[in-house]
Design a protein. Structure first.
Length: 201
């Protein structure tokens, strides 16, 4: 059952995307990134709630890019508490480019620095990171694509090349990400101060 929202009024309940939105899905996007050599995953809201699947893929942190989507606290079968982060955006025009860059920087920080926590915090260990929204086809796709383009410019010299890579990993069509999200990422690259990108390697 999809706990995040009911399908759109004009959605076909038998469409592939609507069915998939009710099924936990996770897809690996890149391996051995950052000082801790972790993997990045893209997935949907249901995947972010599936403790068995998350543990199997070694995922211990998640970044939720959806607005009005609030996954509950989750303990994995091995007793590790999943750490959740959130930068909420809508899957359409109207987002501020700084919000998209905030999501990219939050992801970068989680990759580069592990916060061990305090004695009274839930049990945790460093691990792979899931970036998700509701369906994992647009908002999370553009965050991962922009991150990879900025972080690995030798491999992904253009935003389009990183989008094509993440899209291929996710297994979605050329209609994704939403045009408004792609345009927002282009705006980030054009308009935001270059000093925000000094962490690029």
């Amino acid at each position: 059952m999809n706990i995040y929202n009911t399908p759109k009024i004009d959605s076909d309940p038998n469409s592939t995307e609507v069915i998939e939105d009710n099924t936990p899905v996770l897809f690996k996007v890149v391996d051995e990134i950052g000082p801790h050599q972790i993997s990045l995953y893209i997935g949907n809201g249901e995947g972010a709630e599936c403790s068995e699947l998350l543990m199997r893929e070694g995922i211990t942190q998640s970044l939720n890019i959806g607005i009005n989507i609030f996954p509950l606290p989750l303990t994995l079968p091995d007793g590790i508490e999943l750490r959740r982060m959130q930068i909420g955006m809508i899957d359409a025009e109207g987002n501020d480019p700084h919000m998209l860059m905030a999501a990219v920087l939050a992801l970068h920080a989680a990759i580069e620095t592990y916060m061990p926590g305090k004695p009274h915090y839930p049990v945790h260990k460093n691990g792979n990171i899931l970036v998700h929204c509701r369906g994992g086809r647009s908002r999370s796709l553009i965050v991962l694509s922009l991150y990879l383009h900025l972080r690995q410019p030798d491999r992904f010299s253009t935003l389009k090349s990183s989008i094509e890579h993440v899209r291929s990993c996710r297994g979605c069509g050329s209609e994704h990400p939403a045009p408004g999200m792609w345009a927002l990422a282009e705006q980030v690259l054009l308009d935001l101060p270059s000093k925000l990108f000094k962490w690029r390697k």
